[in-house]
Write a protein that binds this ligand. Sequence first.
Ligand code: NDP
Ligand code: 8X3
Length: 259
Amino acid sequence: MQSLAGKVIFITGATSGFGAAFAENFLEKGAKVIATGRRRERLDELKLKKHPCGKNLHILQLDVRDQKAVSSAVNALPKEFADIDILINNAGLALGFGPAMESPLADWEQMVDTNIKGVLYCTHAILPGMIRRGSGHILNIGSVAGTYPYPGGNVYGATKAFVKQFSLNLRADLLGKNIRVTNIEPGMVETEFSVVRFHGNEGKADAVYAGMQPLSAQDIAESVLFCISCPPHVNINALEVMPVNQAFSPFAVHRKSSA
Ligand code: NDP
Ligand code: 8X3
């Protein structure tokens, strides 16, 4: 397995959930982490908690929906963080759980702008440097929702299907460039994800995980750690991971009433 010591890792959405766990785990392994997100106070907390001296952690307030901000932030990185070895496109969200015909268009647009366009903006800004250096790893956070449909998953699942296919197509284009691409596809993980999905309704969010053990952000950090630490000739294309107590339903069938 490869060591992470000295590797520069750019993480989007490092203020909570998976991204915060990635930052903490990889700092502990000696990586140089660029932690990004919109909530400045969370980034400051991470800095205070992990690396007050600032040596291995660079924090960057960034909204991945802002293409110009993404591109200037990547171009203005301090020299010791400029050569990004690993990009983790993690920032993302689901908004709403209702059927398509009841979903606000603004929610759909925010999911597309963050989960799709944010991934494209970061990849477009960071990939050229990887090509120049002849090495890199792009790790996207997809979801089981990108493969399996479920009621209320409409646009969220569709954005993650985009991420899945984009990851595979990047692999196709990057053949011979020594750049790895991985799509991580988790099932239920308890983070702030459901609180965000239900627009701050903590009761509804808690009900999602009631009576079962979901995955934790740490479980996902360990899966990612495995993918990025594999020997350089190994590419994990996709890694699907679910809690034991989550599985699949039969097809739903709507029948005429027999009255
Ligand atoms: P959290 O809500 O805990 O974290 C989401 C992170 O994304 C936050 O750090 C948030 O930071 C960041 N983010 C959201 N919008 C933006 C934006 N416009 N610009 C920059 N950062 C943004 O959820 P998770 O950790 O669970 O989610 C991480 C990823 O994992 C997402 O892509 C999600 O779809 C995916 N996923 C989650 C699963 C789960 O069950 N939890 C399962 C499968 C996939 P801030 O608000 O500070 O900007
Ligand atoms: C989130 C996982 O199962 O809630 O991507 O869609 S699920």
